[in-house]
Design a protein around this ligand. Structure first.
Ligand code: HEM
Ligand SMILES: *[C@@H]1O[C@H](CO)[C@@H](O)[C@H](O)[C@H]1NC(C)=O
Length: 331
């Protein structure tokens, strides 16, 4: 994507959020704890700094866009978007970094640390780690060619983390559609949110252990969407005795571009995870949504944006927290 477009988009975003703030003042709306403009006076450079540091990180490592997007998801599914995922273990609690879905898998902590250090220099004790995660996820999608949205700000950082909740709440890649829906509903998201947000798998990588269930003969019997060539190539890829660090792109066709290709792949039986392919193999309702996104990429972008805003506002009710000075530890 042309850089000019990205910059222009952010300029437009700035105008529209100033406009929204004016509207809020005019209507005296103070009911919403999140706002798009809460750092306008306290840290006007915050969004530009986060954007340029995310852009730099992706230029060093193109996979970082995917990793930062996933960090925000794994944060929001455990007691809301409160940066609990960033906390290191302490004597009082075991953090989430060693939970099954996260261990040897989550990436990008150093990028968040670097952004936080920079923001602490420029406007100390002002921008929460949870807001940094939400903004870095948005910027990662935009820089990969995906839709743009205004990030709602004002999240607080948690005082604790929960390895158990991470294990229980984050969906497993061998899940059926019913199990996926249940995990999303458990945090207040719908089947439709689940299908739209799964489209994040249009970028990034998964390791063999996360899709071996997809390769077992028991799971590939008589499905109209089974693609034996694709499965054979994955079996080949993962045939090494220790395949735990062998990985491949979640979207083999356009691996670093945020587009609707993920859904196109599902219809040709090239979903990498069992939980990806299940969206067309296992359920009529989810398959119909997938077909809509294949036919009309704009519907996917629109739904993804809206579902990211919903996911990004999880956990606000229990918003007692702090602005951490270091994202890895409570103050
Ligand atoms: C629907 C249920 C979901 C399941 C079962 C699932 C599972 C997984 C698994 C197993 C991996 C590979 C991890 C590894 O091999 O280390 C992965 C990667 C990824 N997931 Fe999901 N995921 C789901 C939903 C989401 C959502 C909602 C998002 C974001 C909105 C997301 C974003 C990503 C990204 C971007 C990657 C690639 C990360 C990288 O390359 O570092 N996933 N997911
Ligand atoms: C998924 O894999 C886990 C760990 O290997 C296993 O305990 C669980 O039963 C599997 N779930 C399904 C639905 O196959």
């Amino acid at each position: 994507m042309a850089m000019q477009f990205v910059l222009l988009s952010l300029v437009i975003l700035k105008f529209t959020s100033a406009f929204a703030a004016t509207l809020n003042e005019a209507y005296g709306d103070s009911s919403c704890p999140l706002g798009t403009d809460i750092y306008q006076i306290s840290c006007p450079e915050a969004e530009a700094i986060i954007f340029s540091m995310v852009e730099h990180a992706i230029s060093q490592d193109s996979r970082m866009a995917a990793s930062l997007l996933r960090l925000h998801f794994h944060d929001c599914f455990v007691n809301g978007c409160d940066a609990s995922v960033l906390l290191d273990d302490t004597q009082d609690f075991v953090g989430e970094k060693t939970a099954g879905p996260n261990l040897n898998s989550l990436r990008g902590f150093e990028v968040i640390d670097a952004i936080k250090s920079e923001l602490e220099l420029i406007c100390p004790h002002t921008v929460s780690c949870a807001d940094i995660l939400a903004t870095a996820a948005r910027d990662s999608v935009l820089l990969s060619g995906g839709p743009l949205w205004k990030v709602e700000m004002g999240r607080k950082d948690s005082f604790t983390a929960s390895k158990n909740t991470a294990n229980n709440n984050i969906p497993a890649p061998n899940s059926t559609v019913d199990m996926l829906v249940a995990k999303f509903e458990n945090v207040g998201l719908t089947l439709q949110d689940m299908v739209a947000l799964s489209g994040a798998h249009t970028i990034g990588i998964a390791r063999c252990p996360t899709f071996t269930s997809r390769l077992q003969s028991s799971t590939i019997s008589d499905n109209p969407f089974d693609n034996m060539e694709f499965i054979a190539s994955l079996q080949q890829l993962c045939s090494a005795p220790d395949n735990s660090n062998i990985g491949t792109q979640l979207d083999l066709a356009t691996p670093a571009t945020f587009d609707n290709q993920y859904y196109v792949n599902l219809l040709s039986g090239e979903g990498l995870l069992l939980s990806d392919q299940a969206l067309v193999n296992g359920n009529d309702e989810t398959r119909q949504i997938v077909e809509t996104y294949v036919q009309n990429p704009q519907f996917f972008f629109e739904d993804f944006k809206n579902s990211m805003l919903k996911m990004g506002s999880l956990g606000l009710a229990q918003s007692n927290g702090e602005i951490r000075r270091d994202c890895r530890t409570i103050n």
